[in-house]
Design a protein around this ligand. Structure first.
Ligand code: IPE
Ligand code: IPE
Ligand code: MG
Length: 258
């Protein structure tokens, strides 16, 4: 039985999101509700990552981008930050072989230069190993910030101007976007945030400009395949207008089906 049948996800392919971006929030509260240390929530969250990655692959989604550690998360207690680094390293060590076998192309986005050397090496090895895979592209945002992303793209353009290879007149949206993380992928169609907060928290601020937003109170370790299916159903029921009128979109759709 396919995942589609399991959830009655009778959604035509053109209504499925090509790219899903998720803020995996609520691990700490999940643990606190159980009188467990926050770290237990992060560990449980890794299990959710595994099932959501798998379901994304089954549905034929092209890209999944997960926010694992923000540029602001360094402000957490030192012990929690250290445990998160350890968890990231052990998850890479454990999961990459299986991801590779299932054709997943793994990418880490963010300023990884701030991570311990061993973790940086493991990140590089994982990306190299899975580089040519043709299945789901899985992007893990680690020490990522949307403002950092735009600033690093601007710096690259400035370097080209300084080198005399770029004319400032030629800088436009698409030229800047070429240097952002994920530039080779379609922009996210669907954004999901678990854990009840309704904010972007410096995630992909440029790339989310026209993304459909979905917020749920479910805490990340409880975010099941059923909950993921609900988010995708919600997405499929929306009309994306990109500035046009509803009537124009209907007409385009009818012509497409003719
Ligand atoms: C998200 O869960 C995971 C990370 C930010 C690493 P939180 O740790 O933010 O969980 P809450 O929001 O405290 O419940
Ligand atoms: C956002 O979650 C970052 C990740 C999920 C990795 P936070 O829990 O850190 O966000 P804020 O600070 O509450 O907005
Ligand atoms: Mg949080």
């Amino acid at each position: 039985m396919s995942a589609n049948q399991t959830f009655n996800l009778n959604i035509p392919r053109e209504k499925l999101p090509r790219h899903v971006a998720i803020i995996m929030d609520g691990n700490g509260r999940w643990a606190e509700h159980r009188n467990l240390p926050r770290f237990a929530g992060h560990r449980a969250g890794v299990e959710t990552v595994r099932s959501i990655v798998q379901m994304s692959g089954e549905l034929g989604i092209e890209a999944l981008t997960l926010f694992a550690f923000s540029s602001e998360n360094w402000r957490r207690p030192k012990k929690e930050v250290g445990l998160l680094m350890d968890l990231f390293l052990s998850a890479l060590e454990r999961e990459v072989k299986k991801l590779h076998e299932t054709g997943v192309r793994l990418r880490i986005i963010g300023d990884v230069s701030a991570f311990p050397k061993k973790l940086q090496q493991r990140i590089q090895d994982s990306m190299d190993k899975t580089r040519d895979n043709k299945g789901l592209t899985l992007n893990i945002a680690a020490n990522y910030g949307g403002k950092w992303d735009i600033a690093q793209a601007a710096r690259k353009l400035a370097e080209q101007v300084a080198a005399g290879t770029l004319n400032p007149q030629d800088i436009d949206e698409s030229r800047l976007a070429e240097h952002l993380s994920l530039s080779e992928l379609p922009e996210p169609d669907l954004f999901i945030r678990t854990g009840g907060e309704q904010r972007i928290s410096n995630f992909l601020i440029w790339q989310l400009a026209y993304t459909e937003l979905y917020f749920t109170h479910i805490l990340w370790p409880d975010f099941s395949r059923e909950e993921y299916a609900k988010a995708i159903q919600s997405f499929a029921s929306r009309q994306r207008r990109f500035g046009q009128t509803g009537a124009q979109i209907l007409e385009l759709e009818q012509r497409g089906h003719a």
